[in-house]
Design a protein around this ligand. Structure first.
Ligand SMILES: Nc1ncnc2c1ncn2[C@@H]1O[C@H](COP(=O)(O)OP(=O)(O)O)[C@@H](O)[C@H]1O
Ligand SMILES: [Mg+2]
Length: 167
C-alpha cells in the first residue's frame, strides 16, 4: 500500500483555469471519493494522475514509496466501453487476452488460460453476475454493464484503481 501525492497541480484550457495550486494526498489502502458538480475537473484530475492529461498541466504526481505511478493503475472510464460482439466473460478478460495474444486456430477467437478464466469467474461472482458470463452486453441493464466494466477493471489487479463516474 502506498499514498499517492499530487503536488502543486494545475490545469488550464486556453485562458480557462480548471484548477491550480492543487495539493492532495490519496491515502493508500482506502477509497477516496472526489465529489463535485459537472465541469469542476474530476475527470481531468483522474487523467492527470493516470498520466493522460488533456490541456496544459503543471505539477507532479508521485507515490510515497518512491516508485512511479505508471503501470500501477487500473482505469474505469465514465462509459462502460464494453465491446458488443464479445460476451461478458470475453469483455472482462480483454486485457489478458490481448496481452497474451493467443488465438484459437479454428475460430480465430482469443483464448484464455484456465487460471485467468477462474479468476474472471470469481470476480464475476463478486459483482453478482456469474449467471451472465456467456451473455452479450446488449442483454444487460445499464447497472449490470457498469458492474461488468468494474469486473474488467478489477481483473487488471493493480494497486491503484481510478474510477470515473458521471454522477
Ligand atoms: N478537451 C477539452 N478541451 C477544452 N476544455 C475541456 C476539455 N476537457 C475538459 N475541459 C474543461 O475542463 C473542465 C473540467 O472538465 P472535466 O474534468 O471533464 O469535469 P468533470 O469530470 O468534473 O465533469 C470543464 O470546464 C471542461 O469544459
Ligand atoms: Mg467527468
Amino acid at each position: 500500500m502506498f499514498d499517492v501525492i499530487i503536488r502543486q497541480a494545475s490545469l488550464r484550457f486556453g485562458s480557462h483555469c480548471v484548477f491550480k495550486d492543487l495539493n492532495l494526498t490519496l491515502k493508500g489502502g482506502q477509497w477516496t471519493c472526489l465529489l463535485g458538480g459537472s465541469g469542476v475537473g474530476k475527470t481531468s484530475l483522474l487523467r492527470l494522475i493516470a498520466g493522460l492529461p488533456a490541456g496544459k498541466t503543471t505539477g507532479e504526481v508521485v507515490c510515497q514509496d518512491g516508485f512511479s505511478v505508471h503501470h500501477r493503475i487500473a482505469w474505469m472510464a465514465q462509459q462502460d466501453l464494453l465491446l458488443p460482439w464479445f460476451s461478458v466473460l470475453e469483455n472482462i478478460t480483454l486485457g489478458q487476452r490481448l496481452r497474451r495474444n493467443l488465438t484459437d486456430v479454428f475460430t480465430r477467437r482469443p483464448l484464455l488460460s484456465a487460471e485467468v478464466q477462474e479468476r474472471a469467474m470469481s470476480i464475476l461472482a463478486k459483482v453478482g453476475l456469474s449467471e451472465k458470463a456467456q451473455v452479450l452486453p446488449q442483454h444487460l441493464s445499464g447497472g449490470q454493464r457498469q458492474r461488468v466494466a468494474l469486473a474488467r477493471t478489477l481483473m487488471e489487479n493493480r494497486p491503484l484503481v481510478l474510477m470515473d463516474k458521471r454522477y
